[in-house]
Design a protein around this ligand. Structure first.
Ligand SMILES: [Zn+2]
Length: 389
């Protein structure tokens, strides 16, 4: 039972007795499942899943990107995701989006924002979402800049990446001491820090620097798994990102340098993830939505991949709800159907515990409620908010 923006009671039995006197509305969920709103800890709302990502340069590009980010956010919400962490956006577009949502100009999931991703000079992402910085003092300053602008999280680039020409995905970027300075700033401000890392060395440096989560971890090795376990560092797999680049490939217009790097990583990603999961590493859900063909709104495809890689459906759902809320330090307000939490709810057709794939079909996401407000109701065949897409 919800009241305003809050879940006020959870339980079995006939709710009508209590509800009738309160004049409440009952919703029949026969054949359906009620779940907490899902949380995606790794998206890029300013990127729109184009085959070849382009830098946002001119003022006109920036204005279009704001509108794209708004549409991407709404698609995400309609896909059952009520909280996202954006892991790098240029020109303050993510902060502008939050302000617009606060002013009622658009509707977005709950936003956890990073501003620009911090990368070394020439590091991965410098041309798309990066803020180049070098040396511990440089990193400290760059982190403070993002926090000043409103960041809830400081994003670090700890290895080369798939989208940046000329960077080898296995190579480490930043020293541990450089990253430590930025992590320290984030934690002093009561915020989180995370790192993009593919290569084994970058994963270890980021973990030693004290980040809360390491993203991708495609080439994680046993020593890295051990280090993350010791420090309770969370792994955010972004399996969708590498799978989509590999399956669409150059035939769909993806530049060959991007397709080749993804191809070289995918088997290591699957085996590394399985080893990390078997070792008991903490997980949270992230997709990297916005990178080529990882489309906003299809975020829950990631749960299918997590199940393919060994999680039970129940485990995958927990990773994408309460475990992700914990990573984002939002577990006091969202991530589970508990009394007192925010009413972020999703109603799906069928039962994802029997078939996780129901979460991957947008027409099976019947209803989405954010803070007690219905933002999608497919039963009245209309989007209450936003255009039909
Ligand atoms: Zn990313």
């Amino acid at each position: 039972m919800t009241e305003g923006a809050t879940i006020v009671a959870v339980g079995a039995g006939d709710p009508r007795r209590g509800a009738a006197s309160a004049g409440a509305q009952n919703v029949d969920l026969a054949g359906r499942t009620l779940l907490p709103g899902f949380i995606d800890c790794h998206v890029h709302l300013t990127m729109s899943a184009e085959a070849a990502p382009r830098a946002i340069v001119s003022p006109a590009d920036q204005m279009v990107a704001v509108l794209q980010a708004s549409t991407n956010a709404l698609r995400t919400l309609h896909g059952g995701v009520t909280t996202v962490r954006d892991c790098g956006a240029p020109h303050g577009i993510d902060f502008a989006l939050r302000r617009a949502a606060e002013e009622g100009l658009c509707v977005t999931p709950r936003l956890v924002l990073s501003g620009r991703a911090l990368c070394m000079t020439g590091g991965h992402g410098w041309h798309l979402i990066g803020r180049e910085a070098d040396g511990a003092d440089g990193l400290r300053r760059a982190a403070r800049e993002q926090l000043k602008a409103g960041a809830d999280n400081v994003k670090l680039i700890a290895s080369g990446g798939i989208l940046t020409p000329g960077t080898n995905i296995g190579n480490p970027q930043f020293t541990t001491d450089e990253m430590k300075a930025a992590v320290d700033e984030a934690h002093c401000a009561g915020k989180t820090a995370n790192a993009h890392a593919h290569g084994a060395e970058g994963i270890k440096r980021a973990t030693l620097a004290g980040v809360d989560s390491v993203e991708h971890c495609y080439f994680i090795d046993p020593e890295g798994i051990e280090m993350m376990l010791e420090r309770s560092t969370v792994l955010v797999a972004t399996s969708a990102a590498v799978r989509n680049v590999v399956s669409y490939g150059v035939a769909a217009g993806i530049p060959s340098h991007i397709a080749e790097k993804a191809q070289s990583a995918i088997s290591a990603h699957v085996s590394g993830f399985k080893a990390a999961h078997a070792a008991g590493i903490r997980l949270a859900m992230g997709t990297d939505s916005g990178v080529p063909f990882t489309r906003h709104g299809n975020n829950l495809d990631e749960l299918k991949y997590l199940v393919e890689m060994g999680l039970s459906p129940q485990e995958a759902i927990r990773v994408a709800t309460s475990d992700s809320a914990k990573l984002l330090k939002l577990d006091g307000t969202v991530g589970s159907l508990d009394e007192g939490k925010n009413a972020d709810l999703v109603v799906v057709e069928g039962n994802p515990l029997d078939d996780i794939a129901v979460l991957c079909q947008r027409d099976k996401i019947r209803r989405v409620i954010l803070n007690g407000r219905t933002v999608l109701d497919r039963d009245i065949s209309a989007f209450l908010v936003g255009a039909g897409h």
